[in-house]
Design a protein around this ligand. Structure first.
Ligand code: PLP
Length: 395
């Protein structure tokens, strides 16, 4: 049975057109793009084409793209590049709701010679801009803020912030792993210095990512080695996956506005129906200022893991927080930073849709989910107590 896959912020299906495009580069065209012979050179030409397609999606120049192995590597590369290129500055700013790929690195750096500021968010997950501007200083080497949050979909005003950061001479990096392919991006009309993306979030395979580095940005490679990527990232290119990412970028660029409309319609239908049918349920995060595909819904007084297990019986795939934090019983750091009460944070489910979801799938979740929550609540001592004290339905 085909899964009803609503966990696209964790990873996406590789598009069939993408699979078709990359396959010949395993068997038939296996040359090294750096080789002098024509067999390898032809692969190099194909890489050039792929680079141009990704640059087009971003409104960037092809030579501003540095391929990496994943979003995590892109983020590390950006942060270390800014710190190494500005050795006199010792301050880093990020937010409290970043993905561990940024959060854990900045925490590590804060114990190893750097000062770090973690900017808080409000109850809707929006960045506290006053706090941010109060802490931005001449000593700030880099500001690293995600464009859209992987758990709630809430969008930060990174283009506006980048201008201010640039004006004091600091580097601005955005972890845009959840944004690229979901929102239109035009690097030509903003001042973001570096931007991370990851292939597997936009229908390309796992194991390939990229870092956009604006022309003129001071840079130091993270992986020292060969001359690949104009000396900015050593290592023989992951040819088939880079070609795949180019194709995925081409597909995303072609359909982004129309697909956004359709995905948003499905997301809203799902969310509104769940809120209506299930008492004590609410959306985590700003319902307006967010990605069109993401819905994080809290079902009070039940465990997210239990919900997921019961939904799994119907082959419905979602997530109880960020993919990387599930498995732990602690509510996610994102929901905690927003001040979501424990009773709601524990029962939070993230649905993240893609262009491959259908209205029939949404209807099936709307049918199956309310009885699942009802069954779990009957087993929950907290629900019994809450109902005794309930004074209304929080939807
Ligand atoms: N940043 C964000 C916002 C993400 O959602 C993820 C993955 O979930 C990453 C970074 C890490 O990307 P990758 O899995 O390609 O390393």
């Amino acid at each position: 049975m085909k899964p009803i896959y609503m966990d696209n912020n964790a990873t996406t299906q590789v598009a069939p057109e993408v699979v078709e495009e990359m396959m010949p580069y395993f068997g038939q065209f296996y040359g090294n793009p750096s080789s002098m012979h024509t067999f390898g050179g032809n692969v190099g030409m194909k890489l050039k084409e792929a680079r141009a397609k990704l640059a087009d999606l971003l409104g960037a120049r092809p030579d501003e793209i540095v391929y990496t192995s994943c979003g995590t590597e892109s983020n590390s590369t950006a942060i270390y590049a800014a710190l190494r290129s500005n050795p006199d500055k010792r301050h880093i700013i990020t937010s409290k709701v970043e993905h561990p790929a940024v959060k854990n690195l900045v925490e590590y750096l804060s114990h190893n010679g750097y000062r770090a500021t973690f900017v808080p968010v409000d109850a809707k997950g929006n960045l506290d801009l006053d706090y941010f501007y109060d802490h931005l200083s001449e000593d700030t080497a880099i500001v690293s803020l995600m464009w859209a949050n992987n758990e709630t979909g809430v969008i930060f005003p990174v283009e506006e912030i980048a201008e201010k950061v640039n004006s004091i001479g600091a580097v601005f990096h955005s972890d845009s792993v959840q944004t690229v392919g979901k929102l239109p991006i035009d690097m030509d009309s903003n001042q973001i210095d570096m931007l991370s993306l990851s292939g597997h979030k936009l229908h390309a395979p796992k194991g390939v990512g990229a870092l956009y580095v604006r022309k003129g940005t001071k840079f130091a490679p993270f992986l020292l080695g060969g001359h690949q990527e104009h000396g900015r990232r050593g290592g023989t290119e992951n040819v088939a996956s880079i070609i795949a990412l180019g194709k995925a970028a081409e597909l995303a660029a072609r359909n982004i506005e129309a697909e956004n409309e359709r995905v948003k319609f499905l997301r809203d239908k799902l969310e509104n129906a769940l809120l209506e049918k299930i008492p004590n349920s609410m959306v985590n995060g700003d319902t307006q200022n967010r990605l069109p595909n993401t819905s994080s819904v809290a079902f009070e007084y039940v465990e997210g893991e239990a919900i997921l297990l019961m939904m799994d019986e119907y082959n419905i795939c979602a997530s109880s927080g960020s993919a990387c934090t599930s498995g732990s019983l602690e509510p996610s750091h994102v929901l905690r930073a927003m001040g979501v009460p424990f009773t709601a944070a524990h029962g939070s489910i993230r649905f993240s849709l893609s262009i491959y979801n259908t209205e029939e799938e949404v209807d099936l979740i709307i049918e199956k989910m309310p009885p699942v929550i009802e069954r779990l609540r009957k087993m929950s001592p907290f629900w019994g107590r809450a109902k005794g004290a309930a004074c209304g339905v929080a939807t």
